[in-house]
Design a protein around this ligand. Sequence first.
Ligand code: ZN
Length: 408
Amino acid sequence: MAFQCQRDCYMQEFVTSVVACSPAELKQEINGKKEIIKGFNVKLQDTILFPEGGGQPDDHGLIGDVPVLRVTRNGAEAVHFVGSVLEVGREVQLKVDWERRFDHMQQHSGQHLITALADSMFGYKTTSWELGRQRSTIELDTPSLKPAQVEALEAAVNEKIRANIPVTVQLLSLDDPALEKVRSRGLPDDPAGPIRIIDIEGVDANMCCGTHVSNLSHLQVIKLLGTEKGKKNKTNLIFLVGFRVLKYVERSYSIERSLVSLLKTGPDDHVDAVDKIQKTVKALQKCNLNLLRDMAVLVAQNFKLNPERGNFFAFHKKEGDNEFMSIIANEIATEETLVFLTVGEEKGPGLFLLAGPSQKVVELGPRVLEMLEGKGAGKNGRFQGKVNSMARRGEVEALLLEHCRSEP
Ligand SMILES: [Zn+2]
């Protein structure tokens, strides 16, 4: 018992008939949001749409012109989830999303090959693998894999690809003595029927329910990107097969070209250039902070030296922070002077600090907050917070000035 997609993994279109169709729901997660789609579960006489299994995701495709959103396995049957009802008994044309499927075949057969050679070359067993959207990983039962080993493994798998080795599928009954020669890496997901063996001639024979290429040359190329620390004492080997390598190179080249024009240097100097920029930015930030502090002191001194100063001081600066305002307030004797300081966009969001005689600050703080659409709190003669809009800053200043004039 096997699906047509397992007998002929290269079949892209297939005529079959609808055996059953019943209302169903599909739970999906789109951009982290859980969604329930109403539709129908369809069973067919046979299918070329692979239901997920053996680490391989399910196929997408069409039944007639109805898109298949999900294919799952229910015992020995494949269940196709579709959005609209299909008539039972009707003959239908199946079409597989070949780009997605062939990508899965390349990654999956590539995994078998890497797994086999990691075992024969180093004795590292594969404990699990994952076919990811961007890149795939093989979990190897070893605490580490040296860069030289990764290099040797990559060279070896690509040599096998160049050797044009056929990949065949054998179906063995459960009592076939030949089964004993097959290395078992976990039982197949195939729930019923004969055992399916994927045989890479002279390299590997492995039980698997997935769809595979018919010759290693169809893998084109394998790139081992590197390793990551895995679960306890295991190592994850990251790999790309076939078209994914081409796509990866295309993306890398496009990023490289953007960096050449941004950094005005060739690719070999990109790391040095970014490192230099980061160091420069850090130094400038430090310098900027010192200048801001010095300026805060000067702003306060300038006010104090003015013989005509009153009992109110207001100051706004676009670039600044809480520390900047705090230094100014500290420098000015706020027991007798009301100080209103703001930093931020002219009409946009920002920060404010109101400091002065306790009584005045307690009384005026909430009004400032209201006029600037802000959030904040105060104690000990200081009221400060974040505001949404500085648009009425001038009005606030006039109000405070008025207040200071009326009760000096
Ligand atoms: Zn497999």
